[in-house]
Ligand binder design. Structure first.
Ligand code: IDP
Ligand code: MG
Length: 142
């Protein structure tokens, strides 16, 4: 399995619930290392740029409003198979469909407020990491 990097975001709902530690614990216990962090707050325009791929979807405006409604924690995770492993730990987009024991099953309230973001491919991970971080911000443990 290749070592990969992926972008994780703890969304405003999970930040408000005070579960940053619980979410990071799950990453670390499953072999992913946090190699960069940025707690920030996006404007709606910035959230729109991040989610530009969804610009034509009916939920786009709500998504941008939600992602800019409070602080977020953007992180780079590194480890074997990081992209797929992070998606497995997150669970399905709709928490009603998320497998038990996943982050979204345990912490998400709805398909809008669903606790975490994770890159869905290595290519998108590279683009999304570059949105928040420069190479100098990444501190690999390898
Ligand atoms: P993902 O976060 O699991 O990768 P995507 O399909 O990439 O899911 O959608 C991005 C985000 O947009 C989701 O996490 C969710 O917050 C929101 N979203 C996706 N589909 C819907 C929907 O049908 N209704 C409302 N919000 C949605
Ligand atoms: Mg996605």
């Amino acid at each position: 399995m290749p070592v990969q990097r992926t972008l994780s975001i703890i969304k405003p709902d999970a930040i408000a619930k005070n579960v940053i530690g619980d979410i990071i614990r799950r990453f670390e216990e499953n072999g992913l290392s946090v190699i960069a962090t940025n707690m920030t707050r996006l404007s709606a325009v910035e959230a729109g740029r991040f989610y530009a791929v969804h610009a034509e979807r009916p939920f786009y405006d709500n998504l941008c409003a939600f992602m800019s409604s409070g602080p977020i924690l953007a992180m780079v995770l590194e480890g074997k198979n990081a992209v797929t492993l992070n998606r497995q730990l997150m669970g399905a987009t709709n928490p009603k469909e998320a497998e038990s024991g996943t982050i979204r099953a345990d912490h998400a309230d709805s398909i809008d407020a669903n606790a975490v973001h994770g890159s869905d491919s290595e290519e998108n991970a590279a683009t999304e990491i570059a949105f928040f971080f420069s190479d100098l911000d990444l501190h690999s443990k390898l």
